[in-house]
Design a protein around this ligand. Structure first.
Ligand code: ARG
Length: 539
């Protein structure tokens, strides 16, 4: 609100030729507290007017005047603006107390489809899938906060050549009882063994390919085994989703498209996009500097890409999305570029509304975790251990989620239980602790909600509360929940500073101070909720 008013005032002072919107976009948040609350840099303006910035800054600051401003100063070509703290505090706190604070309506109910989690059956649920699950779930929450209708789809990896390998491996070394006991462990072990042995015995790969072919052709034995593996795996995954408290609008795996790819292939054919290359069918993407997208392999089988192209069309037909997000690790960047270009070439304008929301890897001692090489940390074990160490499952799970979400999503994340669980510094438990601390203040005495706080020591905290709606919008626009995570860390920091420097429970303005504390609890809870973390009342 203050930025609207200031830009309007400045535009008025500068005359018709300067648009309010441009001025608005140039307003900055000063780095230092004693430089005020909002700054307007005069450099590009000075260039335009062919004068010097210092002079314009002085001129503007002497004329700027509005009830929400207490003063403005010209410093090194900037107009540094100080807001009237009492006026703003009143305004901000009453907004914070309003239902739906932090949410927006710009999504206008449009559908945002989110492809998230997508673990592969017969393999353990990896830390990479955890990242996709928690980032995707938080983006769905953000979409909702911004007024969209999120549609969460779990695109299970339940099809493709690797299941041929698994079937071959099971036929050789599988033990039904062991699979029943610990499905993901047993199946991934024989899968790892298969890859290990195929290094010295390439005929195994050929056998695997044969099994996949049988699966695609609907061979009974292949199909029955595959279904069994799938069911056992989905049950195991459900345990994890229950623990994370994540649900999906649709669980629809790659196999759903096994009999629908024919249509896609004919469509690409009819548009003249399919070309033969060494017996395979591809869509060439030379004009985009991308390698060809493989649609049908030389042995007649389809690919991961064929299924994704088919699924994308299906999603548009079902949901006419305004955005379609794929929350998938950045090692699949090329794949998603190809998919999008193939759809664009096929004439689908909505291909432009597809976004690969990529993220970095979870590292263990600086190295990538890999199922094939047997280097994985099991999420189940992590959640159990985190719960034990935190003494509470919710706090433990929240700690794991927050650790993941606080990093800018593109960065790799080093896995560390110690880092996740410390109560100081930048962790989930620290936020939970701050929340519980604020609640306990509120429980000490009854109070009446009053927003007229006059306390210079509260200003940084009040401004941080004020920033919440802008941060939720930005987090959605950048598809990055870490913006909310870092915002909450800032909020907790300012709250704890305020708490350390002020006797909150003193008589004078008791209601007003507790109203501020109450506002902090509302925003902390809401923000944690966006991250998919439940705020715990007591610690
Ligand atoms: N199952 C895949 C994997 O684990 C991820 C699938 C991502 N989604 C998609 N539409 N391709 O690598």
């Amino acid at each position: 609100m203050e930025k609207e008013i200031i830009s309007l005032q400045l535009a008025h002072l500068l005359g018709e030729s300067f648009k309010q919107k441009d001025i608005y976009d140039q307003l900055e948040k000063p780095k230092y507290k004693d430089h005020g609350d909002v700054a307007f840099p005069c450099f590009s303006l000075a260039k335009h007017l062919r004068t010097n910035p210092k002079q314009i800054a002085e001129d503007l600051s002497s004329k700027l005047d509005h009830p929400i401003l207490s003063k403005s100063e010209a410093v090194h070509g900037y107009v540094n603006i100080f807001l009237d703290q009492d006026f703003m505090t009143e305004h901000i706190l009453s907004r914070v107390l309003t239902e739906g604070y932090g949410s927006h309506s710009f999504g206008r109910g449009e559908n945002v489809v989110i492809d998230l989690s997508a673990p592969n059956i017969a393999k353990p649920f990896s830390m990479g899938h955890l990242r996709s699950t928690v980032i995707g779930n938080s983006l769905a929450n953000l979409a909702e906060t911004c007024g969209y209708t999120p549609v969460k789809i779990n695109y299970i990896g339940d099809y493709g050549t690797q299941f041929g390998h698994l079937l071959a491996a099971y036929k050789k070394w599988g033990d039904a009882e062991a699979v029943r006991q610990a499905p993901l462990k047993e199946l991934s072990e024989i899968y790892v063994r298969f890859h290990h042995e195929s290094e010295s015995d390439p005929s195994l790969i050929e056998e695997g390919r044969e099994w996949f072919k049988r699966l695609e052709q609907g061979d009974e034995e292949a199909l029955a085994l595959w279904k069994w593996f799938r069911e056992l795996s989905l049950e195991k995954f459900q345990d994890i989703y229950d623990q994370l408290d994540v649900s999906f609008d649709l669980t629809r795996g790659e196999s759903y498209y096994s009999d629908k790819m024919e249509t896609t292939i004919s469509l690409l054919e009819s548009k003249g996009l399919l070309e033969e290359s060494d017996g395979a069918l591809v869509v060439k993407l030379d004009e985009f500097d991308l390698p060809p997208c493989l649609i049908v392999k030389s042995n007649g089988t389809t690919t991961y890409a064929t299924r994704d192209v088919t699924a994308a069309i299906d999603r548009y037909q079902s949901y006419s999305f305004s955005k379609s997000l794929y929350v998938v690790g950045n090692e699949q960047t090329l794949h998603f570029q190809q998919i999008r270009r193939v759809l664009e070439k096929a004439g689908f304008a909505w291909a432009n509304d597809m976004y690969h929301v990529s993220f970095g890897m979870m590292l263990q001692d600086g190295k990538k975790m890999s199922t094939r090489k047997g280097r994985t940390i099991l999420l189940e074990d992590v959640l159990k251990e985190a719960g034990n160490r935190a003494g509470d499952n919710k706090i433990g799970t929240g700690a794991v989620l927050f650790h993941d979400l606080k990093h800018y999503r593109q960065n790799d994340v080093e896995f560390s239980l110690e880092d996740m669980l410390t109560f100081e510094g930048i962790t989930g438990p620290y936020l939970q602790y701050t929340y519980a601390r604020a609640l306990s203040l509120l429980n000490k005495t009854s109070f009446e909600k009053k927003t007229g706080l006059s306390d210079p020591g509260a200003w940084e905290l009040v401004k941080q509360l004020h920033a919440f709606p802008d941060e939720t919008a930005r987090a959605f626009h950048e598809f990055d929940p870490s913006i909310v995570a870092r915002y909450l860390l800032g909020l907790a920091k300012y709250f704890n500073q305020y708490y350390a420097g002020t006797k909150i429970l003193q008589e004078d303005q008791l209601d007003e101070r507790l109203t501020l504390v109450y506002g902090v609890t509302l925003v902390l809870k809401e923000g944690l909720g966006i991250l998919g973390i439940e705020a715990v009342e007591e610690m």
